[in-house]
Design a protein. Structure first.
Length: 174
């Protein structure tokens, strides 16, 4: 059996499907009886389909966001930053616990890109994590995160139905 090692993957880019790719990895891990945690930064809607499905599979999901992040000068920005910091504390605890075989930090790249979290702190936490699979998602993955990762996939948008006036659909976008 191969030696267990830390494995960091990033799904980034402006295309649709970054979180979905990460959730597919969670599904795969559960299929191998692995322990999985999904911690979502910047999201707060617990009625979306993938969360219901993940929970039905027994996957622990924690949302720590406040939704759409305003510009830093907006009065609500500080509450988004505080939520991200609280989520980061949970992320560090999850990494240090060695309780999970796979951790998904959904939208953490976006949280760093928007200044809600410091890149250096996230990199340090990842460097100090024990051997496990770690998935980071979100737009705007920084150079430091990309340099640290073992695998990086950039998902680009070639065409999106929304541009043609098609509203978000249950089971497709949420």
């Amino acid at each position: 059996m191969p030696e267990l090692r830390k494995n960091i993957l990033i799904f980034t880019g402006d295309g649709k499907g970054k979180s979905t790719a990460a959730f597919g990895m969670a599904l795969r891990a559960v299929g191998h009886q692995q322990r999985v945690l999904v911690l979502q930064f910047m999201k707060q809607d617990d009625s979306i389909g993938e969360l219901a499905g993940l929970k039905q599979l027994g996957i622990e999901v924690i949302q720590t966001g406040c939704g759409f992040v305003p510009k830093p000068e907006h009065p609500d920005y500080a509450s988004h930053q505080q939520s991200a910091q609280q989520g980061f504390v949970l992320a560090c605890e999850a990494l240090a616990s060695s309780k999970y075989d796979l951790v998904v930090f959904d939208e953490i790249c976006g949280a760093v890109a928007k200044g809600l979290l410091e890149e250096a702190e996230v990199v340090d936490a990842l460097l100090n994590a024990p051997a496990q699979n770690i998935v980071l998602t979100g737009r705007g993955a920084t150079e430091g995160l990309i340099a640290l990762a073992d695998t990086v996939s950039e998902i680009n948008c070639c065409k999106h139905a929304l541009a043609n006036g098609v509203a978000a659909r249950k089971g497709v976008e949420f």
